[in-house]
Design a binder for this molecule. Structure first.
Ligand code: PGA
Length: 259
């Protein structure tokens, strides 16, 4: 089963809804200029909640071949949860992807693997695809415990899912020390952990789930390093932060397969 690489731009808390339409338009032109073939590398933008409606209207209205999604979601469907946004609300906006468990949510909002697991289940329940983030902090890597740490997270975030559900979701391995730091993991580092995640999925959910699940690398991905990272057999895409705010640069990353 061939896995289509997914290059997702995580805008984080950047771009208001007016800026967002400008950025998506620029990205669309850059991809068309580069003769983008979505079946070879799927492009997605993961935007702030307030941008989703504008991005949806533009992408659907102009039939732009870019997927879009959200950066977080509530584990509840509805109710007295001030400030939260639910999975059915995101599904109604045709979001394809929802990132859950980003390291910034884990660090600044105290999100646990258990909560992330509940959020992922909601995303799946409403027909969207979760991009579930895992990754170790620098201290863990210095002790050489990155595999054990990431597999414990993976176990927690995938708990209770069926093999079929696992086969169609996305896991993003993002070493925390490489996020926004300019310090990118080596391709061998990325492969080591992404390969271990796939082995874990195979053991726990079976061969088909392991063949289907897409495992991204994230952390200071740029056009200058994406090609060598994507050459690794267990890396099926990238979750791109900073570099996704520059349309031309992000387009070059999406078009990595032409290099
Ligand atoms: P970065 O962020 O590309 O700016 O390192 C990646 C991420 O947090 O998803």
């Amino acid at each position: 089963m061939a896995r289509t690489p997914l290059i997702a731009g995580n805008w984080k808390m950047n771009e208001n809804h007016i800026e967002a339409t400008g950025l998506v338009q620029k990205l669309s032109w850059a991809l068309i200029d580069g003769q983008y073939e979505p079946e070879k590398s799927e492009a997605a933008v993961i935007v702030p909640f307030t941008d989703i409606r504008s991005v949806q209207t533009l992408i659907e209205g102009d039939k732009i071949n870019i997927a879009f999604g959200a950066q977080d979601v509530s584990k509840y469907d509805k109710g007295a949860y001030t400030g939260e946004v639910s999975a059915p609300m995101l599904a109604k906006l045709n979001c394809k992807y929802v990132v859950v468990g980003h390291s910034e949510r884990r660090e600044y909002h105290g999100e646990s693997d258990e909560l992330i697991n509940a959020k992922a289940k909601k995303v799946i329940e409403y027909g969207m695809t979760p991009i579930i983030c895992v990754g170790e902090v620098l201290a863990v890597r210095k002790e050489g415990r990155q595999i054990e740490h990431v597999l414990a997270q993976t176990k927690g975030v995938l708990a209770g899912l069926t093999p079929e559900q696992v086969s169609s979701l996305v896991i993003a391995y993002e070493p925390v020390w490489a996020i926004g730091t300019g310090e990118v993991a080596t391709p061998a580092d990325a492969q080591e952990v992404c390969g271990a995640i796939r082995e874990y999925v195979k053991g726990e959910f079976g061969e088909e789930a392991a063949e289907g699940v897409r495992i991204q690398y994230g952390g200071s991905v740029k056009s200058s390093n994406v090609v060598e990272i994507m050459a690794e057999p267990d890396v099926d895409g990238a979750l791109v932060g900073g570099a996704s705010l520059d349309a031309e640069e992000f387009a070059r990353i999406v078009l990595f397969y032409k290099a």
